[in-house]
Every structure is written in structure tokens, then in C-alpha cells.
Design a protein around this ligand. Sequence first.
Ligand SMILES: Nc1ncnc2c1ncn2[C@@H]1O[C@H](COP(=O)(O)OP(=O)(O)OP(=O)(O)O)[C@@H](O)[C@H]1O
Length: 760
Amino acid sequence: MTATLPSQKRRIFDSPIQKNKTTPQRKRIPKWVDVDDEDERIGQRKRQNGSLKHAPQAHSTPPRKKARTSGPPPPSPAKAGIQEHRKQLPIAKGKDALVQEIRANDVTVLLGETGSGKTTQIPQYLLEAGFADAGMIGITQPRKVAATELAARVSVEQGTPLGGLIGYGIRFDEKSSAATRVKYMTDGMLTRELLGDPLLSKYAVIIVDEAHERTLRTDLLLANLKRILRERNGKGEGKPQVNGKGKEREKDRNPLKVVIMSATLDAEKFSQFFSNAKIIYVKGRQHPVKIFHAAQGQTDYVDAALRTFFQVHVDQPPGDVLIFLPGQEDIESLEKSIQMFARQLPPGHDEVLTVPMYAALSGAQLHRTFAPTPRKTRKCILATNIAETSITIPGVRYVIDTGKVKEKRYLAGSTGGGFDTLLTRDINKSNAMQRAGRAGREGPGFCYRLYTEDAFLGMAASTEPEILRCSLAQAMLQLLCIGQDIQDLDLMDMPDVDAISSALRTLFLLGALDSQRELTDLGRAMAALPLEPTHARAVLASKDLNCTAEVLDIVSVLSANGALFLDATDKRAEIAEARRKFIHRSGDHLTILNTVRAYRAAGGADGENASGHVNGHGDGEEEKEEKVGRSARKEWARAHFINERTLREASSIRDQLRLSCTRAGIDWRASCGEQEDPVLLSLAHGLAQNTALIAPDGSYKQVMGQSVVKIHPSSSMADKKVPAIIYDELVYTNHIYARGVSSISKSYFNSLGAFNRREA
Ligand SMILES: Nc1ncnc2c1ncn2[C@@H]1O[C@H](COP(=O)(O)OP(=O)(O)OP(=O)(O)O)[C@@H](O)[C@H]1O
């Protein structure tokens, strides 16, 4: 059935779009094909094929209401009463049956449609049923923002302050206490906990959410959970323990319950992995989502998203819009266009508030997404796939899906020396369904897909597991610390031997492994720092070179999410002039150091942490001074086009790294003052593989690899020719670019590999 959007008849947006030279009127407004909710159809097909084993009667779909196309959005959960809202979720009907199944099985695979209530409710059901008496309930998420937002939501539902009964843990940020019984965390945090507690003994239940995303961390976690189940629960994980005797044994053994939660695909694979664990299907979602596909494929997805957004804005009732785009550049370009056209709207239309959402933004910036939308305003969230799973963005009623995503992929060089890069690709069915699912959270929703139904049907079912396409160095280092060799692990998918060899080579060059592939003391020390192996190696090298204070300043900024330097195309000259004084001739790393120092000096004493951790002891005078310092630093950052949030985030990361250094016996106060060599040399120890020498044609050739790289235009080294460079990362666009570049003397860089190995 083909339907056209109501607004297509009134092409009032052709005129402002025509005026825009950057988006000429070359494309037609997408036509939409109206289909049923295919999540539902896929679920049905699977059930008919018998691939879904178990569907408790209690979980019948509530009668579907016809999608509302007009009128005010339904009352917010806050108004309707949060407990009432919980009871109305589809999952609530099967609460008792679910708790019973989880009690009866070591492993349960739970399959549910988006919005059925899995992520927020299952942990609460288990809490309320007493599962947390024997240990904590841990729920893993692939993404930080989901972990923090879910913990916040569930603590509201429980009526307790965040960090009390309900907490969260993500890298460099923890909100939990002795009272915490339910903890949301990233899968990376839980795999890190294996270092100190290989049996995860403080947990009674581990819930692996969004398992279908198959992140590297999730896969490692699943392999470890299988081992832990064997050790904590005895043989035969996945088998029921039904009688009273079983319960006795449970108590003695401190058994673990594992719940794997996934979208509507791939359940069989998880079940088989856990010895045919029971699959429970949670049927139904709270609100229907009407899906429209483009009648023709769109070549310019940013332009198509722009037109679709304004069609929605002009023709459709209130409700916020969530647009999925592959990356930051597209987000920024679309944001500018939307703002420009919104200003040209005739009077009478609601304001448009754009909010970007991508991983490089800080927590506080991301939080803006969840803030209530002002009256007479339509919020337009422009997001990467970080908004794709688990989260509910209150107010979102419309989703526009470009069908694109950026995916990390390891590009191996022909003779080694590969690198992780982000490539834009088409999404798969699972992504498409999750994206649509973001629209039906608080009421009926609408999803506009900028690709055809045929394109949807031809999509791969799910993503290729990350373990098959990413660098394995950090993961393998952590595994080695708990005595595990990746090749001996019982993984759902085994990575390629070349990828394993490449990671071993990196770890060997960093000095984390010796020539027998045994973990060295240096490797163990690297794993103890909550940093990438390269940065951890730099911090450890700084100990001998007496410059830990400087290296921590730099590494903290590199570990922060946001960009340090803000950019504005129309102010390039002004920006360059403002920053000239802290650009360091040796490159980007010392430029970062200069920036951190200038920021600190702008506020007076060394107390830049917004929380006042460093020197705020709360007496009146100090507090006043700190307040003055904060506003001076803010003003300084604004005047120099520096992202102050990044510096504040870096400051809190540095506080945590100082603690880790103290634990590791490293004096974090050790400073080399104005000397630059010790700092660069420390960094070079970590970046030993990221080195390149100048070639006669002025390009740079990797030392440990064959790639010819260019210096990224954003680097302070972009126009310079120096004999040798180190760099933080390579990015691949039309060329291979090195980003985060510093010049380094050939004399000490030549011996780096040997140096790391000698120390090890
Ligand atoms: N932060 C929030 N604000 C308002 N409502 C929320 C919030 N978080 C969850 N909800 C409500 O709870 C419902 C269930 O959310 P939950 O995350 O548990 O679903 P789910 O089944 O895990 O779906 P998904 O896998 O898509 O995340 C949402 O549809 C929404 O109505």
C-alpha cells in the first residue's frame, strides 16, 4: 500500500529549500510506503517457524489501538502516576511467570520488542522478588549514556535517590554505594571487574542487555559468564533447578543467574551458546509505531532528512523528532540547515530546538537531550546510533532514519600495522527496528525511513560481531591479566588469527608481553590503569622520566569524550589568533598541555575541577575564591574557543587517574617543568606503533606498516615538514590522516620498540 504524507500535497518547503544554494532543489520529497509494523511480522514468522520456543500465555499483546495522527500527546508517565505506568507496560502482564522462569533456570534468554519494558522492569521485578538478597543485580549496556539514563529512570521509579538502591558505573564515573542493589553499567566496566573478582561473586544476577549488538565486551563477558556459571553453579549451566534441594545447593554455592536480553533476532544463537537455555518471548510493545518507507532510494540522506523533518514540523501534531545520522559531521551540517530554515518559517509555527547527540559530547551535553522541551517548541534531536538502543527520550514521537551508521573496523595493513577506523555503512534490520522503536515510548509513534521497503527487506539481520572486526589489543591484555588466552576462550565467534597476531604484536611492542608471549609486570601495570594500553604505557614511562603531572594532563584530555578545540567556519581567523599563544611548535600534545596550563592559570590556583575536589574544602573564603576562579576560567575558555566542558571532564578524569597512580606507587606530582623532551618521550613509548617518517615527496610513511599518511588539517602540525612524527590515531576519509600529531626526534624514536621490550 502506498501512502503519501499529508504535507506532501502542500510543498511549502520547496521555497526555502530552493533558496539554499547548498541544498539545491535537485531531489524530490521522498514518497512513503506505508507498511505494518514489521517487528511484529518478524516475530510472528519466527514463531510460525518454531524458532521461538516459549511464549508464556501471560504475555499476550494488548489490543492495538489505531495510531493517532492528531490531538495532543498522551499524558506523561509523571502525570499518570509512575507506578500506574509500570503496570501498563506489556511486560507487567507476565511479571510472575518471568520471575518464576528466571528462578527456575540458571540462564534465561529474554526476547522482547522495543519498549516492552525489559530494561527498566526486569531488574526491578528481580529486586522485588528478593534476588538481590544474595548479591547485586548487575545490568550491562553497550553504551554509557544508556547506563546512566536508565539508572536515573529506575531510581525515580523506585523513589530513591540515584546512587542509593539503584546505581550506575561507567568508566571515570561511578554512582553507587554500599546500599546499591541494582547497578546499571557498561559491558566494559563489568569485564574490568573480572580483573579483581574473576567469579563476579558480588553479583547474584547478571543481566546482559542489548546482547544482539555483540560488542567485543559483551562477547568476552558472555564467554566469562559461561565459565563462571560452571564454577559457581556446578556443571550443566542452563539446566533448571527445580526442587527444594536445588535451593539448598543454591545457597551454599552462591549461584549466579544470567539473563540475556536481546531484540527480536538471534535468540537461538544465544540459547545454543548457553546449552539450549530457555527462550522467553515478551510479546507486545506499549504503543504502536507506524512505519513509512521512502518510495525511492535517496542519494543524499542529509538533504532527505532535512525535507522530511520540515514536513513533520509543518504538518504533524506536536511531538519531538529524533533523526538518526551516521556521524558528527552530518549532524553538524544538518543542524545548521535546520536552524537556518527554521528561522525562515512564517509566523505561527512552533520554535525548533536542535540538540546534537553523539559519543564525543560530554555527559552534561548529552543530558540536554533528556531535558523537557519548552512550550511551543519542537525539539529535534540529531543522533548517531548512541540513541538507538535502550533509551527513552521523553517527548519523542517521530523518528527519521537515514539508514546509515558509522562502524568501527580494523583495517589491516598488507604487512601488519593496521588500525581501527570508522566507516559509514548501511544499517541492518536490527538497527532499523531499534530506531523505529524509539518513537513509540510514551504514545503512538511514527518512523520515516529514508530507504525503500525492499532495501529494508534486503538488509542483513544483524551486525557482524565487533570481535570479528576490531583491534583486540586492550581486550587481550585484560584477559591475560585474569589468566585467559583469547584462543582458549569459549567464544560465540572466534576472531581471525591475523587479528590475534596483530594484537599480540602491539602488546609485545608496548612491552606488555615478553618474547614467550607471557604477560610482563609492565603489562600488568598497564592493565591496572583505566586507560587504553597506549596511554597507560605513556603514564608508566612518565614515572621514570619524572613528568607524570604533565602526561596525566595530556592523557586526561585525550580520554575525555568531547573535542578540546571548538571550530566555527566563519571565525577561523579569529580562532587562530586567539589560540596562537598556546600552539606548541612540537605539535598537538604539547599544545594540549599549554591549553590545560593556561586554563588553570586563568582561574588562579590549581583548582579547575568544577566539583571543587582539588582544593575546595568548603570554608567560606575558599569557596568564594573558587567561584571567582570558575567564572574566570569559563570566560577564558569562551574567549579562546575552547570547549570548557572537555577541560572539566578531563579534570575529573585526571583526579581518578591520580588515585590509580597512587595505588600503583606512581608519584603523580612529579613534574619536569618546562622541559618538553621527557613528555614527548613518555608519549612516544605508548605510541611506538603510531610513528611515521617523512618521505621524499613530503608525505609520511608508517614505520611499522606500509601506509602513507597525511597530517590531518586540524593538527597544529598540518603545514609543517619534520623528519619524524608520533600520532594518536589514523582516520580514513579520502586519505589516511594522522590526528593528534607531534614532531619527535629521530634519535630517540628509533629505539622505542627495543626500549619498551627492554623495560618489560
Ligand atoms: N527516561 C524515561 N522517561 C520516560 N519514560 C520512560 C523512561 N525510560 C523508560 N520509560 C518508559 O518505559 C518504557 C519501557 O522502557 P524499557 O527501556 O524498559 O523498554 P525495553 O523493553 O527495554 O525497550 P528497548 O529494548 O527498546 O530499550 C518505555 O517505552 C517508556 O514508556
